[in-house]
Design a protein around this ligand. Structure first.
Ligand SMILES: [Ca+2]
Ligand SMILES: [Ca+2]
Ligand SMILES: [Ca+2]
Length: 194
C-alpha cells in the first residue's frame, strides 16, 4: 500500500510541473474564411484570420486537424487574441505551434504573452514547430495572448497556428513540499518493513 502511494506521488510530480490553465487545438472550430467565432474565446480585430484544415480545406498538415491561417481573406491580417485570467506572482509558459504558410511566401508573426513579446519569421515550407514564451505575473488579472501576422501585406497568405497552451510553473516551495511528502512516505514505508 505504501509503495503504491509512493508510486502515485512520483507519478503526480510531472503533472504538477505542467498545470495547464488553457489548451486549444482548434479542432472543434468551424472551417471558414474570415472566421470570427472560436470555441477557445479568441477574438479577431483590425482584419481577419481563416480557420482551415481537416477535412480538405487548405489541409496542408493532415494529422494536425484544424488550425488558424493568421492572414485571413480580406487582404488585412487580423489581430488574433484572447484574455486569460492568471493568478498573482506565478510564472506561466505559453506554448504554441507555428508553421510557414505552405503557399510560397515568408510571414512574420508578432506574439504577445502578458509582458513578454517575441517575433517569429516563418519561411513558406517551415513545418509546424513548437515555440514557448514565459512571463511571471504580478497581480492576479486578465493577461493578453495575441498573434499578429505581418510580412508581405495583404496577400491573404499567413503563417499557420495550432496547439496553443498555457501552463503554470509551480513555485519551488511546492516542490519542497512534495519532496518532504515523499520523504515522509518513504520513511513510513521503511519503518513498516523493519
Ligand atoms: Ca489542430
Ligand atoms: Ca488566408
Ligand atoms: Ca503573407
Amino acid at each position: 500500500m505504501k509503495k503504491l502511494i509512493l508510486a502515485a506521488t512520483i507519478l503526480a510530480l510531472p503533472a504538477l510541473s505542467h498545470a495547464a490553465v488553457f489548451t486549444d487545438n482548434f479542432d472543434g472550430d468551424t472551417l471558414a474564411l474570415n472566421q470570427t467565432t472560436f470555441l477557445g474565446g479568441w477574438t479577431v480585430s483590425s482584419g481577419t484570420v481563416d480557420l482551415i484544415g481537416q477535412p480538405g480545406f487548405f489541409e496542408f498538415f493532415p494529422g494536425n486537424g484544424r488550425y488558424v491561417d493568421l492572414d485571413g481573406s480580406t487582404r488585412d491580417a487580423g489581430l488574433f487574441d484572447k484574455q486569460l485570467a492568471l493568478a498573482a506572482s506565478t510564472q506561466y509558459i505559453l506554448s504554441f505551434d507555428l508553421a510557414g504558410s505552405q503557399r510560397a511566401d515568408t510571414n512574420i508573426v508578432d506574439v504577445i504573452f502578458g509582458t513578454s513579446s517575441q517575433t517569429f519569421t516563418l519561411a513558406s515550407a517551415d513545418p509546424f514547430a513548437t515555440y514557448t514564451m514565459s512571463f511571471t505575473t504580478n497581480a492576479a488579472a486578465n493577461y493578453q495572448i495575441s498573434f499578429q501576422n505581418s510580412g508581405t501585406p495583404g496577400d491573404n497568405i499567413g503563417a499557420l497556428l495550432d496547439n496553443v497552451s498555457v501552463t503554470a510553473v509551480p513555485e519551488p516551495e511546492t516542490y519542497a513540499l512534495m519532496l518532504a511528502g515523499l520523504g515522509l512516505v518513504g520513511f513510513a514505508a521503511r519503518r513498516k518493513q523493519v
